[in-house]
Design a binder for this molecule. Structure first.
Ligand code: ADP
Length: 695
């Protein structure tokens, strides 16, 4: 029988697996919920990170902007300071002691020192030109357009000086140049005063471009682009570097001059990459990347965990399905003998629920009350650490309704992962069905044997009538003779003796007939299968009467050779007699068809030829028949194989079964020039026990 007893249909396992899968699927809504939570978390973290990076960028931009604003106001301050110093330098030219040529010399010096000056004029209070000097550093500015044509702005500035009582600047205007280009210029008018009297004006024409370059270019122009602009954004003059980078920061401030207001614009261009503008942003970005990496790793880990959970759940479901599908009962006990686990098959077997069994200790509810003492002892032995036989042991359990049933228990120590014994695991197999089948098979085998014996007897019925004829005829003739004697009145004394003798003969013959009938009766009725020590000659003696019947009919001489001093053999005597009778009968029949002249059958019993201590006793039946051909030999022991018209073909098959049941082997051998010998060995009985190791 399959030790695990997995005979329940596979559909049951499938059902369990499907249930487990259904449970897994139930957890899916939670899965999708968890997924959306993860998505929300990732979105939030991304939003926070983007905001942080953006804020950091903004902060950095505002820093740059503030720096630019500061630079711009510094630039305005520098510009004003520069212009102020120039006004002071110009005031030095006001001295009335200068003659125009001297003035011009001094003016040229100033022009050399101030590159942003294009021209210096000295005009009297009626605005007449006293002297002038053009910048020696460049072409004269008023070449293309005569000075007289563009005096208006300067004039207005000078008008303003009266009001302001100090220097005044004109508004800017475009002055075309002889090279085809032009430039924005501005006039400065400084009144020349002496003791409160106006002596004239100093007019300086400024090039805005040079003003920017000279006053601010060196300091602020390196990093920024500087320009004077109109309120509408039109650039009047540009100085400084003009970088190509994308990001531009712009700052504008008014340069408030007496009489005119300029608008200074500073464009700062960023050279560093926008993504990592400064350490703060770099730090935030780095942390963001680290955070995202950690999140990715966490997500991967969560996925792995989820998969492991799924695998584990499937493995558990499969294990449970397997356990539930088993028809073998499983029972685990701890080291104290308490039940810690039972599978459904065990519960079904004993009729108790798992809850009623788990935690129970001896006496168990499934122990028959009459066996409790014995089982308790057995459990004590087991708990003391004695390992039960590997092949298991048989026992009897009781169902809840009181029905007893036989079980086979295979128990083994339960070893934990740490390698320690934590209890005992037992597989319990209900063997009541097996027992029933064995019983049926035993009964049918017995019936078969009885049938075979009856068949043998049937064959012998004719022989029996022949055998009984002799004693019956003798009885009849003795009886008739006695009657005749008793009817003759003259021969009284002699007759009485004769009658006595005749009656004794009658009694002997009747006994003989009775023995013949009894031997057949015994043979047919004997069913006792028990084994016992039997002297070998007793086996031959028992079959002799029946054997001789056939021998006489077939004119066969039977020789029995029993080695002296043979020990008894351990056997079922009825069955062995049947074997010997079958072999003898086959031998005799083999010598009859085809008929042979020399008809001798030898039954021999002797010790086997080995020197081993446990050597058995060998029985052999030898005939001088035609022998066994190869085709017959191939199927000799097949049931129902026969070559005889009236044969059943069961004899040799039965003989082999019986001999094998006794631990031996039925063999046959061809004899030369003719004949066959069948032999088998029986174990020697040694004080009531078989001594052949196979037995
Ligand atoms: P049955 O005697 O009813 O035929 P058995 O099983 O006893 O059945 O024998 C089967 C066959 O084996 C016989 O029919 C016969 O052909 C052959 N056989 C058995 N014993 C001998 C023998 N000693 N010599 C020759 N043939 C034999």
């Amino acid at each position: 029988m399959n030790p695990l007893g997995v005979t329940r249909p596979l559909t049951a396992q499938r059902r369990f697996l499907n249930q487990a899968r259904a449970k897994l699927d139930e957890s899916l809504p939670w899965d999708s919920g968890r997924r959306s939570l993860w998505a929300a978390l990732i979105a939030l973290v991304l939003a926070v990170l983007v905001t942080l990076v953006w804020l950091a960028g903004r902060y950095e931009a505002s820093q740059v902007q503030a720096e630019l604003e500061q630079d711009t106001s510094n630039a305005v301050g520098d510009l004003r300071g520069g212009l102020q110093r120039q006004v002071q330098a110009l005031q030095a030219l006001q001295s009335a002691h200068f003659s125009p040529p001297d003035w011009q010399t001094r003016a040229l010096e100033l022009l050399r020192d101030n590159r942003d000056w294009l021209r210096v004029e000295w005009r009297d209070p009626s605005w007449q030109l006293q002297a002038f000097a053009d910048s020696p550093l460049r072409a004269p500015a008023f070449e293309r357009i005569a000075r007289s044509d563009v005096l208006n702005d300067a004039n207005q500035a000078c008008q303003r000086t009266k009001r302001l009582n100090g220097p005044a600047y004109s508004s800017t205007y475009f002055l075309p140049q002889s090279d085809g280009l032009g430039m924005e210029v501005m006039e400065l008018c400084l009144p020349v005063m002496q003791a409160g009297d106006l002596l004239g004006y100093m007019v300086v024409t400024y090039s805005l471009q040079e003003l920017l370059t000279e006053r601010l270019g060196a300091t602020f122009g390196r990093k920024n682009e500087l320009s004077f602009i109109e309120p509408d954004g039109t650039r009047l003059a540009i100085a400084g570097t003009q970088r190509r980078e994308q990001r531009i920061f712009t700052s504008q401030q008014l340069v408030d001059l007496p009489g005119n207001t300029l608008l200074l614009r500073m464009d700062g261009r960023r050279g560093a990459p926008d993504l990592f503008p400064n350490v703060l942003t770099a730090l935030v970005t780095g942390m963001s990347i680290a955070l995202i990496t950690v999140m990715v790793l966490l997500t991967k880990d969560a996925r792995r965990r989820q998969k492991a959970e799924r695998d584990l759940a499937e493995a558990l479901a499969f294990r449970k399905a397997m356990e539930d599908s088993l028809v073998t009962g499983l029972r685990a006990r701890d080291l104290n003998g308490c039940i810690t686990y039972v599978n459904p098959a065990f519960c079904q077997m004993v009729g108790w629920e798992a809850e009623a069994l788990i935690g129970k200790n001896a006496p168990m509810p499934y122990w028959p009350p009459e066996m409790v003492d014995e089982y308790q002892q057995r459990q004590a032995i087991r708990m003391a650490g004695n390992v039960p036989p590997r092949e298991g042991f048989e026992s009897v359990f009781m169902r809840q309704d009181g029905e007893r049933f036989p079980v086979l228990i295979i128990e083994a120590p339960l070893i934990s992962v740490q390698g320690e014994q934590t209890g005992w695991m037992g597989a319990v197999i209900d063997i009541s069905e097996q027992r029933r089948i064995e019983e049926v098979s035993r009964a049918s085998q017995e019936r078969l044997q009885a049938t075979a014996r009856l068949a043998t007897v049937g064959e012998m019925a004719s022989l029996l009538s022949h055998e009984l004829n002799q004693p019956l005829a003798a009885i009849a003739s003795y009886a008739n003779g006695s009657l005749n004697l008793l009817q003759d009145p003259q021969a009284v004394p002699q007759t009485l003796d004769d009658v006595h003798m005749a009656l004794r003969r009658i009694a002997e013959q009747a006994e003989r007939a009775g023995r013949v009938i009894n031997s057949v009766h015994d043979f047919v009725r004997r069913r006792d299968q028990s084994r016992e020590p039997v002297p070998p000659h007793a086996l031959l003696d028992a079959i002799a009467p029946l054997m001789n019947l056939q021998a006489r009919k077939l004119q066969v001489r039977v020789h029995m050779r029993v080695e002296p001093g043979l020990p008894s053999v351990w056997c079922d005597r009825t069955m062995v007699e049947q074997v010997l009778l079958n072999l003898a009968r086959n031998g005799m029949q083999a010598m009859d068809t085809p008929p042979c002249l020399d008809r001798v059958l030898v039954l021999q019993v002797r010790r086997t030829l080995t020197h081993a201590e446990d050597a058995g006793v060998e029985f052999s039946v030898t005939d001088l028949g035609a022998g066994i051909g190869a085709d017959v030999a191939a199927q000799l022991f097949n049931p129902f194989f026969t070559t005889k018209p009236e044969g059943m073909g069961l004899g040799l098959s039965l003989c082999r079964t019986v001999v094998e049941q006794h631990g031996g082997q039925l063999e046959f051998e061809e004899l030369q020039p003719k004949g066959t010998v069948f032999r088998f060995t029986l174990p020697v009985a040694d004080s009531g026990k078989p001594s052949l190791s196979k037995a």
